[in-house]
Design a protein around this ligand. Structure first.
Ligand code: PMP
Length: 301
């Protein structure tokens, strides 16, 4: 395949892009038994800075623990490896994909004594959506039932649900899917958390059935510090029909304003004032222009 960067870190070694391969018996390939992170790094006037690296590493290790994976590297070794992977690829801005997965040994479902492998990929990564506002379709696929899995873990197998939802949305001419939970409340996008604004109150789904997004949590903190009320609430179709603004949040999506959900046009299909304020603040923070949140950045030196 085409190389997007020079080197990939695999099980402790930096390998040339084309040499970072696995065996076809890799358990994760058959059953989705992998956990991962998506992390962005941004250019700043002190060089590239990785956004909330420790929080992403903590979530990675938490997700691995859910699948009983024994990672043979410590958090601080993974942190150093991530920083080094960005550095050796000489990237100024981009996306980092750490992936922990059950490797190749047998075909059995139960991952007994399987090797646990770790890879770190760093690549350039532009905006997730080329447009400044997007069209969203509520999905006929619901988010996984909280008793079917552990939704707070970022497990690769969960993403088949996301793939189905996003294929459905794209085939219908939309940019992204929005999924309900089993109770009929709005949960999240295929790879983003969902927010709406109504009467100056910012609302988002509570954490029961969704991935606890690091961007979501960052925005909630920033919004409260800007003086907004943030409500983690049960949201449904009626809230979509009556909201003033809506947006997605996520590492890849950053803050993506939503112009339309199904047939509902939101804020005359323009970015809302509060969404814009949060988006500007977010870019200030990630580019190292807001000292208040400097602890959220890890500089690649
Ligand atoms: N929900 C899902 C299903 C996701 O895949 C992501 C992306 N990791 C998010 C929400 C947003 O999470 P974060 O802000 O940590 O990237």
């Amino acid at each position: 395949m085409k190389a997007f960067a020079k080197k990939i870190w695999l099980d402790g070694k930096l390998l040339p892009w084309q040499k970072a391969n696995v065996h076809v018996l890799t358990h994760a390939l058959h059953y989705g038994s992998a956990v991962f992170e998506g992390i962005r790094f941004y250019s700043t006037n002190k060089g590239p800075a990785i956004f909330r690296l420790d929080d992403h590493i903590n979530r990675l290790f938490y997700s691995a623990s859910v699948l009983d994976m024994k990672i043979t590297f410590t958090k601080s070794e993974i942190k150093k490896a991530i920083i080094n992977t960005v550095k050796v690829n000489n990237l100024k801005e981009g996306y980092i994909r750490p992936l922990v997965f059950y490797g190749a040994k047998s075909l059995g479902l139960y991952p007994k004594n399987l090797p646990v492998q770790v890879t770190i990929i760093a690549i350039p990564f532009p905006k997730l959506f080329a447009k400044s506002t997007i069209k969203v379709k509520t999905s006929s696929f619901i988010r996984l039932h909280p008793h079917s899995t552990i939704a707070s873990a970022k497990i690769s197998g969960h993403y088949v649900n996301s793939i189905l939802a996003s294929m459905e949305a794209k085939k219908a001419g939309y940019d992204e899917a929005l999924m309900y939970d089993f109770k009929g409340n709005i949960a999240e996008g295929s790879g983003e958390n969902f927010f709406l604004v109504k009467n100056n109150v910012i609302k988002t789904a509570s954490l029961e059935d969704i991935l606890p997004g690091i961007t979501r949590q960052s925005l909630i903190k920033v919004a409260i510090e800007l003086g907004y009320e943030v409500d983690e609430a049960e949201l449904d179709k009626h809230d979509i029909a009556t909201c003033d603004e809506a947006f997605f949040s996520g590492t890849a999506a950053e803050i993506t304003p939503i112009a339309k959900i199904d047939d509902v046009i939101i804020n005359k299909a323009k970015i809302g004032d509060i969404t814009q304020q949060l988006q500007e603040k977010f870019y200030d923070i990630v580019h190292g222009n807001d000292n208040k949140y400097k602890d959220w950045l890890t500089y690649v030196k």
